[in-house]
Structures are given as structure tokens and as C-alpha cells.
Design a protein around this ligand. Structure first.
Ligand SMILES: Nc1ncnc2c1ncn2[C@@H]1O[C@H](COP(=O)(O)OP(=O)(O)O)[C@@H](O)[C@H]1O
Ligand SMILES: [Mg+2]
Length: 395
């Protein structure tokens, strides 16, 4: 049984028995098997390396599934709850999954959607290993422990980058403060609001020196740019297509001007490439002409056009989005009158584009259809085209 219809699984009552266990298919998809009493008994006493690997793969496929459907926060919760089982290769029963999911719902209700989570310099227990060097920032792997929660992630100091300085000049309504943290968190909220979990999740943190920083989901993989420069291929697939179109929509709505191919990471998960947007420092710009600013800030970043294809859920989420949602997504620091006006104009333009019938709307499950790459290949105004046709840097 494929778990793309997770609700069905609960409905079948399989979970009630507690006998069903998570497995991964050969392709790494999530599946569930129901073991009889004796099989269960023997599988428990005779667990060998292959059995442990299979249990581990099942738990990991579940975490990947949660990340795709419920986002980074939920996935991290699931990963933490299952860490012992993943470590030891113990089986994960559906009863365990039910308990985990109900604990997650309770936690969400208790903290609100975003919660008030943050880490201070004093909570930093380990920082070192560099994970990447951007044009402006050095990012390290770091672990924080604030007494109630331990989190390991990619720690990015939020200094004023050249781009952000330029942006400050343009964004008169913000004054000296560039709110880089808010821009990153707001980009993530926009993705969640659209139901496309394509932005690396992050929480406010500090560097060892007490400077503001963002502690992000550590993306295991490399950027599209690095992948291509290393002569390795970007694997096409439904997740890649949906993810990159989702990122395109997020970037249109957030006024993102820095989505060059080094700011799109690819996570190899169950043999698929899953795109994750990082570096959302230059979002929610107010400049009337984004294109003009675009070429000025970052010559590598190619402007992104309106979508040519969307799935039904994406279309619905975009069409039902209101100015009120924009206020919630942007948060109090960014939602100044001018910035809100700019965001509302971007939203209206996208909604009008969709309403005009210029977009092919497909079923949520139809991203693997050959018509999709055909459409995306028609012009270079989208990230899928840019990623699939990228050539190594020659400089
Ligand atoms: N969340 C992350 N997980 C893993 N690697 C990351 C993450 N964020 C950034 N990196 C690595 O660090 C590099 C620079 O990060 P980025 O945020 O783009 O910095 P800059 O603002 O300097 O461009 C990326 O190209 C990537 O290799
Ligand atoms: Mg970058």
C-alpha cells in the first residue's frame, strides 16, 4: 500500500491493530506491511542486518513523506521521535506513528504555527564543520540546546550583505534595519501557506559571538550550481518539477531577486532530487522594477517568469490568498504599507495571470506526465528549465 493516501491508511483500520509496520519500497517510497502474529514474532527474534536496514529505510521514507506533505518542522519532529528506532533499525509500527502524529498536533496547538522558538549564543553546544561558503557568508554546522530542545542545523550569520545594503537604500520604509531574519522566515511561511515545502526551514539563533543568525534545516546535498559544475546530472522527476514550480511561485510572491542556481539545493532522497530554496535574504523588495534591481544585485540570477503549469492544490492556494494572508506571512516587521502594497500587487498579477487561462492546471498527481516537461521547456523563464539546461561555469 502506497502512503500517498495516508488518510486512507488510518481509515482502513490497519493502524488500530498496531500490527502494520513501515517499510520502504525498492524505489524508496513509503509502504506499509501487515505482519501476522508469527511473522512478527520471528522477525523480532531473528532480526538481522537486512531487517534492520529495511526498518531504517521505512522510518526514513516516512520522515521524507512528512517533509514533503507537512513541512520541515513536522519532519524534524518525526525524525526526533523516531531517532532511536532509526539508529537501532527497530521496526516502526503504525501505532507508534499514530502516537507521534497526535503528539505533533498537540505540540502545534500548544505553540501556535510558528511558536516562539529561538536559540541564544549560550545554547550553542557545538559549531565547526563548514557546510558552505556563499559569496558573503560562511555557514557552519551547529548544534544548540536550549534546555527544552536540541537542534542541529546549518548556522548562517545574518550580517549585512552587499545586496542587503543596497536593498536598505531602496527600502526607505525600513530605515537602517534590514530585517534579513524576517525575510527568511517570511519566505518559509509563504511556502507553507502555498502548501509547497520548498524553503529550508529555519529558527532565529545567534552565532557564538552573539550576532544574529539563522539556524536552518541542514540540507544534505549540493546546490544545482555545484552539481552541474561537478559534471553530475540533475535527476528529473515529479518532485523536482513540482518543487521547482513551487519555488517559482514562492519567489514571484515574495519578490525574491537572488534565486541563482547556488541558492537552490538538491536533496537526494530515496533516489530522487528534491529541491530546497536557501538564502532568502533578498526577498520582499519594494523596488518597482524588480528586473532592474535583479541584474544590479546579482548578475547570475535570472529573472523568473509567470508559471506555465500548476497543479490544482497550488492553484487553489494562490487564488484564495488574500491581503490578510500576506500580512500574516510577512509578519509585523516587514508588513509596512509600501511593502504590503508591493506584495499585494505581485499577488494580484499572479492571480490575474492564472484567471486569464494562461496556465495549464494539472491534477496534483500528474507531475510525471510528459506534457509537463514539454511545457516547462518552452521558455527559460522557470527554474526547472534553468536547472535542467544548466552548463558548468566556465570561469
Ligand atoms: N541549509 C543549508 N544546508 C546545507 N548547506 C547550506 C545551507 N544553507 C547554505 N548552505 C551552503 O552554504 C552556501 C552559501 O549559503 P548562502 O545562504 O547562499 O550564502 P550567501 O548569502 O553568502 O550566498 C550554499 O551555497 C550552500 O552550499
Ligand atoms: Mg547564496
Amino acid at each position: 500500500m502506497k502512503i500517498s493516501n495516508f488518510g486512507d491508511l488510518v481509515a482502513t483500520g490497519q493502524t488500530q491493530s498496531g500490527r502494520a509496520q513501515l517499510r520502504a519500497t525498492e524505489k524508496g517510497d513509503l509502504s506499509v506491511v501487515t505482519l501476522g502474529k508469527f511473522r512478527r514474532f520471528f522477525s523480532a527474534i531473528g532480526r538481522n542486518q537486512a531487517g534492520r536496514d529495511s526498518n531504517r529505510a521505512g522510518a526514513q521514507a516516512y520522515v521524507a513523506h512528512v517533509r514533503q506533505t507537512k513541512g520541515f518542522e513536522a519532519a524534524r519532529f518525526a525524525e526526533a521521535a523516531l531517532s532511536h528506532r532509526i539508529d537501532k533499525g527497530k521496526p516502526v509500527s503504525m501505532r507508534k506513528i499514530q502516537a507521534l502524529e497526535s503528539a505533533w498536533h498537540t505540540a502545534v496547538q500548544a505553540t501556535g504555527t510558528q511558536g516562539a522558538r529561538a536559540f541564544q549564543a549560550a545554547d550553542l553546544v557545538d559549531a565547526g564543520e563548514p557546510v558552505g561558503l556563499g559569496s558573503n557568508n560562511k555557514i557552519v554546522k551547529a548544534t544548540f540546546d536550549n534546555g527544552t530542545e536540541v537542534m542541529t542545523g546549518a548556522l548562517k550569520p545574518l550580517g549585512t550583505s552587499a545586496g542587503a545594503v543596497l536593498l536598505t537604500g531602496r527600502d526607505e520604509d525600513l530605515g537602517a534595519e534590514t530585517y534579513v531574519l524576517d525575510r527568511n522566515l517570511a519566505s518559509q511561511r509563504m511556502a507553507e501557506c502555498l502548501g509547497v515545502h520548498v524553503i529550508a526551514g529555519g529558527v532565529p539563533a545567534q552565532t557564538a559571538q552573539g550576532k544574529p543568525a539563522l539556524l536552518m534545516e541542514l540540507v544534505h546535498g549540493d546546490s544545482v550550481a555545484d552539481r552541474v559544475d561537478a559534471g553530475k546530472e540533475v535527476l528529473d522527476g515529479p518532485e523536482l518539477r513540482r518543487g521547482l514550480v513551487g519555488l517559482q511561485v514562492v519567489d514571484i510572491l515574495t519578490g525574491q531577486i537572488d534565486r541563482n542556481l547556488a541558492n537552490i539545493m538538491l536533496k537526494r532522497e530515496s533516489g530522487r532530487d528534491i529541491p530546497v530554496g536557501i538564502d532568502n535574504d533578498l526577498s520582499f523588495v519594494t523596488a518597482a522594477s524588480v528586473e532592474e534591481l535583479h541584474t544590479f544585485v546579482n548578475r547570475e540570477a535570472k529573472p523568473v517568469g509567470m508559471p506555465v503549469v500548476l497543479d490544482q492544490s497550488m492553484r487553489q492556494q494562490i487564488m484564495r490568498m488574500t491581503r490578510h494572508d500576506l500580512v500574516a506571512v510577512m509578519g509585523p516587521n516587514l508588513a509596512t504599507a509600501g511593502r504590503l502594497e508591493a506584495a499585494a500587487a505581485r499577488l494580484s498579477a499572479l492571480q490575474a495571470h492564472i484567471a486569464s487561462g494562461a496556465v495549464m492546471v494539472i491534477e496534483d498527481s500528474a507531475w510525471q506526465h510528459p506534457q509537463v516537461p514539454h511545457l516547462l521547456n518552452q521558455n527559460a523563464d522557470n527554474y526547472w528549465h534553468q536547472a535542467m539546461h544548466a552548463r558548468p561555469e566556465t570561469t
